[in-house]
Design a protein around this ligand. Structure first.
Ligand code: HEM
Length: 316
């Protein structure tokens, strides 16, 4: 093959690059010479990926349950990748903000749409059996879900709605963490005690949650938004992408998820009390949680009606 001017130009650039690092280009060219070519299955780690499903039972539908949780965690990872870049961006512009929040919105929209795979895509008899082998694990223990919340909003908005007013103005993440809204979701109805699910979750992640809460104090999405100019903050596209984010994460995903709990777990209140379980019917619906990341962007009546019409529409 001929040494074209393009090849020579690139070799010179490479030579400059390695010379600047005090390195000898020839050795690196040797490295290229001996390196194996990249193959799809190695690069994507297909074999490893497909070896990560380890059912606890032999019910075939348990694989659907595991894979769909893994898919969700991967989308959460993509969302966190965007939150991190938004928090670190030094030359923040309106277009960067809208584009990156748009990416997060698309990830959640893909999850909301695909949740039917859980809601209608498993055999109920099988589910009710294999879930007994998974206790006390629960999607409640998804740490990435909690990271996303902390990367989205000021910590006070994650405090239980009954405690928010009292803690308004607190700068201590540990103090607010004591009353984080989701502890209610893993508290036994009869005794008021923390469930084992919650105890194990906190033992594993509590330190990380508090550290991340502190880190996100100045770089959660709401704080990033405040760094836009006053005019940019009023821009329709900017406001709409944040409002869409609030709807996706705090209404539509929770509702899609709630529908699966209704399909598989709905029983009478007596049954729930008898098992000493959590009252997820009173905890999961967005109209009860009233978790809102960007309350400043909603009117009083929109906040008052948070999740109400959607509940009736989708569960009727
Ligand atoms: C058939 C499918 C599912 C059912 C029946 C179900 C059921 C439940 C229930 C009853 C809770 C309340 C806490 C508890 O009692 O453990 C819960 C919480 C939760 N689940 Fe699921 N779940 C399903 C699928 C998923 C999937 C695919 C994910 C994805 C990671 C997930 C993530 C979560 C999260 C993040 C919470 C906490 C929600 C919050 O605190 O607001 N779940 N789930």
């Amino acid at each position: 093959m001929e040494m074209t001017p393009e090849i020579i130009e690139r070799l010179e650039k490479l030579n400059d690059k390695y010379a600047a690092l005090g390195q000898d280009l020839t050795s690196y060219l040797d490295g290229l010479l001996y390196a194996d070519s990249v193959k799809y299955w190695n690069y994507i780690q297909v074999d490893t990926l497909l070896s990560l499903q380890k059912p606890k039972t032999s019910f075939p539908d348990e694989v659907i349950f595991i894979v769909y949780h893994q898919i969700t965690e991967l989308y959460f990872k993509l969302a966190l990748n965007e939150f991190e870049q938004l928090g670190e961006e030094v030359n923040l512009s309106k277009s960067f903000f809208v584009e990156r929040v748009g990416r997060i919105n698309r990830y959640f929209e893909a999850l909301i749409k695909s949740f039917e795979i859980m809601v209608t895509g498993m055999d109920k008899e099988q589910f009710l059996k294999f879930r007994m082998s998974l206790l006390p694990a629960s999607g409640f223990q998804s740490a990435q879900y909690r990271f996303i919340e902390m990367y989205s909003t000021d910590f006070i908005n994650l405090v239980h709605k009954d405690k928010r007013e009292a803690l308004e103005g607190s700068t201590s993440i540990s103090e607010m963490y004591e009353f984080i809204y989701w502890k209610e979701g893993a508290t036994e109805v009869l005794t008021g005690k923390k469930t084992l699910t919650l105890e194990q979750f906190e033992k594993r992640y509590q330190k990380e949650f508090i550290a991340l809460g502190e880190k996100c104090h100045t770089r959660n999405l709401w704080q990033v938004y405040q760094r836009l100019s006053p005019n940019e903050q009023l821009d329709e596209n900017v406001i709409n992408c944040l409002r869409q984010n609030d709807i996706n994460v705090n209404i539509n995903w929770p509702l899609a998820h709630y529908k699966s709990a209704v399909r598989y777990l709905q029983r009478t209140n007596d049954d729930i009390a008898a098992t000493g379980g959590t009252n997820w019917q009173k905890y999961l619906p967005p109209r009860f949680q009233k978790r809102i990341f960007y309350p400043e962007l909603w009117t009083e009546s929109e906040k008052e009606d948070w999740g109400k019409s959607w509940v009736f529409d989708s569960l009727a």
